[in-house]
Design a protein around this ligand. Sequence first.
Ligand SMILES: Nc1nc2c(ncn2[C@@H]2O[C@H](COP(=O)(O)OP(=O)(O)OP(=O)(O)O)[C@@H](O)[C@H]2O)c(=O)[nH]1
Ligand SMILES: [Mg+2]
Length: 303
Amino acid sequence: MDEARPECDTTRSGFVALVGRPNVGKSTLLNALVGQKIVATSSRPQTTRHRILGIVTRRCEQLVFIDLPGLHTRQPHLINRAMNTVAIGSMQDADVLAVMVDATRWTPDDDFVLQQVRESGRPVVLLLNKVDRMKDRRQLLPMIAELRERFGTDDIVPLSALRGDNLQAVAEALIRHLPEGSFLFPEDEVTDKSLKFIIAELIREKIFVLTNREVPYSTAVHIERYEDRGDLVHIDALIWVERKSHKKIIIGSGGRLIKEIGIRARQDIENLLGKKVHLQLWVKVRKDWQDDLRSLREIGIEQ
Ligand SMILES: Nc1nc2c(ncn2[C@@H]2O[C@H](COP(=O)(O)OP(=O)(O)OP(=O)(O)O)[C@@H](O)[C@H]2O)c(=O)[nH]1
Ligand SMILES: [Mg+2]
């Protein structure tokens, strides 16, 4: 019995690594389980760049999710290799892997995921996401049978992270793999990252949603000032871009695009803080930062 929780016969807690190729819905699931938007999601692959903890505390269990960059085989920049290294390394820290696949698409990157999962030797719960998009639900059973063979696990949960369908079953399946023990984090904590980090991610998410091709990947966001003046928070954020041409695109004609990024980001930040926010965005060219180790360290991506 945990002395801090006399109502529980046993308490369980541990780490769950969210593993999968880019764009399968790992971060969407994390936000849904935590019940708050703490990580960026978008329809573009490689939205997540950092290892971010999302903590879900229930009455007698605490699941500490590790949201990770999607594993990918095309790695044109240092940042891509660093993201994969972080993801593969983090699998070893987990009590169980929540391996996510997309019910509507299997790609060569999924084969890479399968290989890494097998090599890790960690216990696996397979999450079959986006079932809301399946045209024919009768395909679900044969698909589950095939995945059972491939991943060598009977723990397979179909779900829709976007709609919030079957999240309870996801949590239950993962909890069975967690060791007995006291909670690892205070019960009101939802992440290990600072408020500044989350704010930078919310801004970066808007850039991912509102720009195309190589432009979102050329950007990183750094919070230069965070000043809480009681009922109003002043935030200055700097957006790095790799090229002058990208700067022009981010600003947009007559400053329209940067204004839109600011409006959307401010709404999310106000929701997060529960306060009014004054957000000022700046854009600066930082040539080839995706291949510069020092820049990667500055935004917290370590190899
Ligand atoms: N239809 C549908 N779309 C989903 C579902 N879950 C996530 N998505 C969408 O899939 C896209 C990718 O979601 P993310 O959560 O950013 O994916 P991710 O796996 O974290 O991707 P990376 O960070 O790039 O590795 C977004 O457009 C989501 O809205 C789902 O259950 N159903
Ligand atoms: Mg993600």
